[in-house]
Design a protein around this ligand. Structure first.
Ligand code: 5AD
Ligand code: SF4
Ligand code: FES
Length: 346
């Protein structure tokens, strides 16, 4: 059976049984049509501009132990590093000088950076008049509030999966309930909310992915990042085979159709699996790229998964490289900060 995507789409938007319609889209045999429709929707709602976010991976210490992640605390083979608060601020200045309008500060869950340290870093970066995103994990409401008061604009916290049992299995010592609470708190505090999932986790089903998409819509998120699962040999998770690049692309496309005006990144993990992954994603619904702005010496140690791109490259090189790539598909780098502009539904 190969029902027309357009009619499914119409139903999807109005449907009371959204899960069934999302599943139908995820299972479509006419993937090209799904990707093209998502591309048209992207153009209609958020245009041809691509927002760049400079990613600074400032610490690879993590107190959590997620089974899929190379930075998990039990992985003793990682050479751990932390970048000094003052040096983080310098990196942000450098990123601004390359023309970035947003800095994303990302790390494992590292208690070294106290609220006071983070607030200082945040307010100094905000003095540069650029947007600031944090991606530093689960915190208390008070901590999220302190970062927000210091000036942080956005927060990234992937839900990873909304399958409660799978979540508990893959994230020992953590709970789906708490993660959802964190995302609600981030929302309450007026951050732009970025979330998303890993596509292809062992034990994950298309049914649970459909529920993940409904969850992202229920927040509703301002940004949704989808990354394919990439097996890391220094983790206890099983290595499973599957076309998680294609799966990620489909999830991304469906998200564009369901939340047409949000920001959707073409993720680094997609380019790890396909040398053209980010450009393919940008032509299937995505409108954001997060180039690496971490100093070259640290890059290879931030090994969430193996095979990460740009390991030997400098922040300046990546900035030029990505702009050329974006121009090669007749798109252009945005000159604005790229906040989510709500435009109502389809
Ligand atoms: N493959 C793909 N993505 C991963 N992440 C963690 N481990 C992996 C992996 N093995 C993702 C998680 C996390 C983000 C920073 O990296 O979604 O939120
Ligand atoms: Fe830490 Fe995030 Fe990796 Fe989990 S996914 S181990 S919280 S860095
Ligand atoms: Fe880093 Fe192309 S984006 S080398």
């Amino acid at each position: 059976m190969n029902r027309d995507i357009d009619s499914t789409l119409e139903k999807t938007v109005q449907s009371h049984n959204l899960e069934k319609e999302i599943l139908h889209l995820l299972k479509t045999k006419d993937e090209k049509k799904l990707f093209n429709t998502a591309n048209e929707t992207r153009k209609k709602y958020v245009g041809d501009e691509v927002h760049l976010r400079a990613l600074v991976e400032f610490s690879n210490y993590c107190k959590q132990n997620c089974l899929y992640c190379g930075l998990r605390r039990d992985n003793s083979r990682v050479k751990r590093y932390r970048i000094d608060p003052q040096d983080i601020i310098e990196l942000a200045k450098k990123a601004k000088s390359y023309g970035y309008k947003t800095i994303v500060l990302q790390s494992g869950e590292d208690s070294y950076y106290t609220v006071e340290k983070m607030a200082r870093i945040i307010s100094h970066i905000k003095d540069l008049d650029i947007a600031l995103t944090l991606s530093i994990g689960e915190k208390t409401f008070e901590e999220y509030k302190a970062y927000r008061d210091a000036g942080a604009d956005r927060y990234l916290l992937r839900i990873e999966t909304t399958d409660e049992n799978l979540y508990a299995k893959l994230n020992p010592g953590m709970s789906l309930k708490n993660r959802m609470r964190c995302i609600e708190n981030i929302k309450k505090l007026g951050y732009e909310v970025g979330s998303g999932i890993i596509a292809g986790l062992p034990g994950q089903t298309l049914e649970s992915i459909a529920k993940d998409i409904i969850y992202l819509k229920s927040i509703p998120v301002d940004m949704a990042g989808i990354g394919p699962f990439i097996y890391h040999s220094n983790t206890p998770i099983e290595n499973i085979e599957g076309d998680f690049f294609n799966l990620s692309l489909k999830i991304m496309a469906v998200l564009r159709l369901i939340l047409p005006d949000i920001n959707i990144p073409a993720t680094t993990a997609m380019e790890t699996l396909n040398p053209n992954g980010r450009l393919i994603a940008l032509q299937s619904g995505a409108n954001v790229v997060m180039p690496n702005a971490t100093e070259t010496i640290y890059r290879r140690h931030y090994e969430i998964y193996p095979g990460k791109i740009c390991l030997g490259d400098s922040p300046a090189h990546c900035r030029g490289c990505i702009e050329n790539k974006i121009k090669s598909i007749n798109r252009y780098v945005s000159s604005g900060k790229g906040f989510h502009i709500r435009q109502g539904v389809v």
